[in-house]
Design a protein around this ligand. Structure first.
Ligand code: EPZ
Length: 416
């Protein structure tokens, strides 16, 4: 299995251009099943998860063509298969996002139940609550889940938790339903807004995305169109923390700064200089950062996908920092790995108390999820010696050309 070898590096300096957002590309690719004419998606990141989602679309009868490195053309006019194969579903749980579009388009869908993962059980009860509210029958047997309905009817759905995936799946099921659907307590992430904008380009009628109430008026059918995926706010945040943890000076290009306000605020609180100029952010690290506290929350709160990267940074900030994870029930798997590198972290339920140490030391560690993997890269950059990171397939799922981007900033790392 491939490993990433990360050596102690000088403060990172230079420019990095952010790729399209994985967590926007995946639901938008799934939503392309709803279109009946050509769809062109631009700024699609070249990632393993995107390749898997394209395989899923093809297996369902869509024509998927890569026009260039980051541009994909999809035509779903002939989509006729409602069943997602187990081996594809098991590769990536986000394949579950095809359920809503297939239910809307074909009136039925069958998937294997998405597994959990390192960060949590990842239930789908809220997705199913939405499908049932729209009139779908749901069957679960032998590890498969089927949904079918002759005609989906718009309805009010209340989400007990503002789940990103459930909001997306229900929105995609509702765009062809009869009448109006309201999703209350919906997720407000920028990726939800991007999905709604894409669906409206195809001819849907989605209003309120980005607020906690989304209204969808069903339409007869959706056509095609061209859409550029928004920049990846988590990739951007990861490189911003790289500047902070190495005491470097990085200019991050192609980001929507309103999407990363919590990250900017926390880096400033730690003493970094953060300058904003339209879609460019410059982060200058400080020699003596100050301890910070973070609490992950649904958007617009501090993003859970930035928690592990910040914990790496906190590990070398003198003093006591606190990290509270409220979104996932098991998203501290990176703590043991950081402790192998000398970090002093105590976990108490959903809280982690971090006592900053002078320096970390290199070790052999493993990525437990893609953001934890990124955190270990950041820790490796400031650890004496060479840190060997295993299971880096996690990292490849969510970061396009990660080595190249880090090397261009002066990082010493290579794949072995
Ligand atoms: C999306 O996952 C992202 N993935 C995750 O990014 C991200 O961490 C998460 O949203 C939160 O922002 C993609 O967009 C592909 P949720 P999702 O449904 O949709 C509970 C990354 O690193 N819940 O908002 O699965 C669930 O257990 C990945 O890029 C239910 O209880 O997240 C969790 O505790 C990791 N019932 C919480 O909601 C449900 O039916 C948040 O989950 C659904 C979710």
């Amino acid at each position: 299995m491939e490993k990433l070898m990360v050596e102690k590096s000088p403060p990172l300096k230079g420019k990095v251009r952010i790729s399209g957002a994985k967590n926007s590309a995946l639901p938008i690719l799934a939503a392309s099943l709803l279109g009946t004419e050509d769809i062109i998606l631009e700024d699609v990141p070249e990632l393993k998860d995107v390749r898997v989602m394209c395989e899923v679309l093809t297996s369902l009868g869509a024509k998927v063509e890569k026009l260039d490195k980051n541009t994909i053309k999809i035509n779903s006019a002939d989509v006729n298969n409602y069943e997602t194969k187990y081996e594809l579903m098991s590769k990536m749980r986000a394949s579950f996002l095809v359920m809503g579009p297939l239910l809307a388009r074909l009136g039925k869908t069958k998937n294997s139940l998405p597994g959990g993962c390192a960060i949590g059980t990842r239930p789908i009860d809220l997705h199913l609550k939405g499908f049932r509210a729209l009139g779908a029958e749901i069957d679960v047997d032998h590890g498969n889940i089927s949904a079918y309905s002759d005609k989906l009817i718009g309805e009010k759905v209340y989400l007990d938790f503002p789940s990103v995936g459930a909001t997306e799946n229900i929105m995609m099921a509702a765009v062809l339903a009869e009448g109006e659907t309201t999703i209350d307590n919906s997720a407000m992430e920028p990726e939800i807004v991007d999905l709604a904008n894409f669906l409206n380009k195809l001819g849907a009628n989605v209003k309120g995305a980005g607020t906690s109430t989304i209204r969808i008026k069903g339409v007869e059918k959706l056509g095609g169109g061209t859409h550029r995926i928004i920049p990846d706010r988590i990739e951007a945040g990861t490189f911003m923390v790289a500047a902070a943890i190495t005491g470097g000076d990085i200019i991050v290009e192609n980001i929507i700064t309103s999407h990363i306000k919590p990250v900017i605020a926390k880096l400033k609180e730690s003493g970094c200089i953060v300058s904003i100029n339209n879609d460019i952010v410059r982060v200058q690290g400080t020699k003596n950062p100050k301890p910070i506290d973070i609490k992950t929350l649904p958007y617009p709160g501090f993003p859970t996908d930035m928690q592990s990267q910040f914990m790496a940074y906190m590990s070398v900030i003198q003093g006591t920092s606190v990290c509270i994870e409220t979104v996932f029930e098991n998203r501290f798997m990176h703590v043991d790995e950081l402790k192998r590198m000398g970090a002093e972290i105590k976990i108490d339920g959903r809280s982690a108390i971090i006592e900053g140490v002078e320096r970390l030391s290199s070790a052999t560690v493993k990525a437990t999820d893609l953001r934890a993997g990124a955190a270990l890269v950041l820790a490796g950059l400031i650890s004496k010696g060479t840190t060997e990171i295993k299971d880096i397939y996690h990292i490849d799922r969510g970061y396009e050309n990660i080595e190249e981007k880090f090397k261009n900033l002066g990082a010493k790392l290579y794949r072995a």
